[in-house]
Design a protein around this ligand. Structure first.
Ligand code: GSH
Length: 257
């Protein structure tokens, strides 16, 4: 067997082991190496490696990591992650958190999950566990879903075609003041309108992290999107036709403040 890292094929046992360990530790799928060199033995190796769970991960069916989203359907931040998982078609379990009461899966239990992942417990949602790894902060969780979507067999990739456009939109959305109207919101709406002038989605021709992060916020101010932002209004009409998004739109929701 041989392995290729970048353009240089490796055949000796020590180099192969080094590449293999690096591949597993970083969660990179060996196919990347295999396709870079185009060697048939690389392709043989790609299958078993892509089925290997990342180090420390519990895996579910088909070698995919077991994912749990600690959430509340009304929360726009949690909706981002829910939407990302739906759009990426990655199987996951939802745990509804009793945020403002005691009993059931309440904040005390959420804090235990955070602590189990080595995080300082906060008791905020969303929190996502991927095997033993625990992640929080909605845009960080969405980014993590995107990384998984790019390497899990059968998942739809959420990596944006235009990463700088996606980063700017997500940063604008993360920076919104806790208010129903603001200069920052107006700027973000204009940016989103410009982004979908010549593209079906916010950062290219496919659904990406930008759509997952912005849609829950856009949905909440949809009726106030200025009529001159025709591209954004058309985008919202298209978005409501997406099964992944419509599954996450619930009758009663919270604002982001
Ligand atoms: N910056 C956080 C904000 C998350 C957030 O504000 N979550 C709210 C629910 S929408 C929460 O858990 N609040 C708990 C509380 O108010 O005690 C993120 O992006 O994940």
């Amino acid at each position: 067997v041989g392995l290729s890292a970048g353009r240089r094929p490796r055949h000796d046992r020590a180099s192969c082991c080094h590449v293999l360990l690096k591949t597993i530790a970083t969660g990179t799928v060996a196919l990347a190496y295999a396709s870079a060199a185009g060697y048939p033995w690389g392709m043989h190796l790609a299958l078993p490696l892509s089925l290997l769970p990342m180090s420390g991960m519990q895996s579910g069916a088909g070698g995919a990591p077991k994912i749990k989203l600690y959430t509340h359907t009304a929360c726009p931040f949690a909706q981002r992650v829910w939407l990302a998982l739906e759009a990426a078609e990655i199987p996951f379990d939802k745990v509804d958190v009793n945020l403002y009461g005691v009993g059931g899966f309440d904040k005390a239990r959420l804090r235990k999950v955070e602590a189990s992942g080595g995080l300082e417990p906060k008791g905020y949602i969303p929190v996502m566990s991927i095997g033993e790894e625990v992640v929080r902060e909605s845009s960080v969780c969405v980014q993590r879903v995107a990384e998984l979507s790019a390497r899990l067999a059968g998942a739809a990739s959420l990596l944006p075609e235009k990463p700088s456009v996606a980063d700017a939109l997500v940063a604008a959305c993360d920076g919104l003041p806790k208010s129903s109207s603001s200069r920052q919101l107006d700027v973000m709406l204009k940016k989103a309108d410009a982004a979908c002038t010549d593209a079906a989605f916010l950062a290219g021709s496919t659904f990406s992290i930008a759509d997952a992060c912005l849609l829950p916020f856009l949905q909440r101010v949809e009726d106030d999107i200025p009529s001159e932002l025709v591209h954004l209004r058309a985008y919202m009409d298209r978005a409501h036709k997406l099964a992944a998004f419509s599954r996450t739109v619930v009758p009663s929701w919270w604002w982001w403040w």
